[in-house]
Design a binder for this molecule. Structure first.
Ligand code: GLC
Length: 432
């Protein structure tokens, strides 16, 4: 564990701002210096959330910059490349070849995959917390049609199981890249070997796994990012509870934002109901929500932090909330960890306290779970999660993730999401 002097709230806040300023590149904030030199999708939504209370304009620019990469299909790509650094990350634009696709935005190279649809929630957070109400309302009006197109894409092209849920077609789309939930579907892909430059932080998957990830991305690319191919042939299609829980929450807040754009909130509430029904019918099993592999029909045997995603839904039935909170508090997750919330259940054979998404705690998922618990009035746990998360960054800095037992930092340093959400936690801790 790195020895650091005790950091008070003011110093922590200053530290967070200096990370966000150092990682600023035009309108975007890159996730971390060196390792992630482009604009990442859900990272930018977390950055906008963190900026919401202080800098409406910058938060808005972050979201608008990301959505400049939106495809004409409505898909919001998981990476928007900064032209000056095109090949500074693998897989870069020459791998994705987005510009060869007529649906991609003119001139902006992007990846061909998406990430969790936190965008409407981020827009709502900015609108809810902005000091400058007019600027925030104008931002909502600009973002609204883009958010509607994104949700329509998920409801049509991505409802691969026909049950109202969106399927991810690559583990990178989950934001939880190396989670053990993907081991079975990825293990079923052909073994391949590529010679390419690797930029993964230590603690990532073995090379053979990464090769399969690349193979999967290339297969989708070689289909021309085709919707029919996804339905009929693509070998990876998974309904993930966190992705869909986030989408549901985004539908609900989109209904609140709709009147600002002179639109009808009804369709967004109906979409939320469809997703809730899908989650309950298709992913609830044995006291938690589990990812469903659409190619085998199997539910994931391993529980991860993603299982709690549907708690973001205020309409989730109380008995399910109780069960989930019980699991979260138990030694399977928070009960046996020194710091919230391990990304994988501690008793699972795949649990590894240091490996990326296979054990370490993240500020991002802690923030989402804290919001979910607040939605269900679990103030005790909200406070515990907020304090535990602040303890992590105070002790180890704005790291990408943390050992859930001793709190030591893992992955990249100066991680924008961890810095941005710390600003939000510091502000919010005041009244709780
Ligand atoms: C890794 C993380 C993902 C994040 C990206 C950029 O791929 O797993 O959640 O969006 O890095 O920070």
């Amino acid at each position: 564990m790195e020895a650091r002097p005790a950091v008070d709230d003011a110093a922590l806040g200053r530290g967070a701002w200096s990370v966000l300023d150092a990682n600023r590149a035009g309108s975007a904030t890159v996730p971390a210096p060196g390792l992630y030199p482009h604009q990442w999708n859900w990272d930018s939504t977390f950055v906008a959330i963190g900026l919401a209370r202080w800098d409406t304009r910058r938060a808005g620019a972050e979201l608008l910059g990301l959505l400049a990469g939106q495809w004409r299909t409505g898909m919001v790509p998981h990476i928007v490349f900064r032209p000056a650094r095109t090949e500074a990350y693998f897989p870069g634009p020459s791998v994705w070849r987005s510009r060869e696709n007529p649906a991609s935005p003119n001139g902006t190279p992007t990846s061909g995959l998406t990430q969790p649809p936190l965008h409407a929630l981020a827009a709502w957070w900015v609108w809810r917390h902005a000091a400058d109400r007019e600027e925030a309302a104008a931002l909502v009006r600009r973002l609204y049609p883009m958010l509607v197109a994104q949700h329509a894409y998920l409801a049509t092209t991505r409802d691969l199981g026909g049950g109202g849920l969106a399927a991810i077609v690559h583990p990178w789309e989950s934001g939880m890249d190396d989670s053990p939930v993907w081991d079975a579907p990825v293990g079923a892909l052909p073994a391949v070997r590529y010679a390419y430059r690797r930029e993964e932080p230590p603690g990532c998957h073995s090379d053979s796994h990464q090769d399969r990830y690349v193979w999967l991305a290339l297969r989708y690319r070689d289909s021309g990012y085709d919707a029919a191919y996804l339905r009929e042939d693509h070998p990876f299609a998974v309904e993930d509870p966190m992705f869909n829980g986030i989408w549901l929450a985004s539908c609900q807040v989109l209904a609140e934002l709709a009147p600002l754009a002179g639109a009808d909130p009804g369709p967004h509430l109906e979409a939320a109901e469809r997703i809730r029904a899908g989650l309950l019918e298709r992913l609830w099993s044995d006291g938690v929500f589990r990812a469903r592999d659409l190619r085998t029909g199997r539910l994931s045997p391993v529980s991860t932090v993603g299982c709690f995603g549907p708690m973001l839904d205020p309409g989730l039935p109380a008995d399910r909330v109780e069960k989930l909170v019980g699991v979260l508090e138990s030694p399977r997750f928070m009960g046996a960890a020194g710091y919230p919330v391990p990304s994988c259940e501690i008793r699972a054979p795949q649990f590894d306290r240091s490996r990326y998404w296979r054990g370490p705690s993240w500020v991002t998922t802690n923030w989402l779970l804290r919001l979910a618990l607040a939605v269900h009035g679990r103030t005790d746990l909200v406070r515990l999660l907020g304090a535990g998360t602040l303890r992590l960054v105070r002790q180890a800095g704005f790291r990408e993730c943390f050992d859930p037992f001793d709190g030591s930092g893992r992955g990249s340093g100066d991680f924008s999401c961890s810095a941005a959400l710390t600003l939000d936690l510091l502000a919010d801790n005041v009244g709780i």
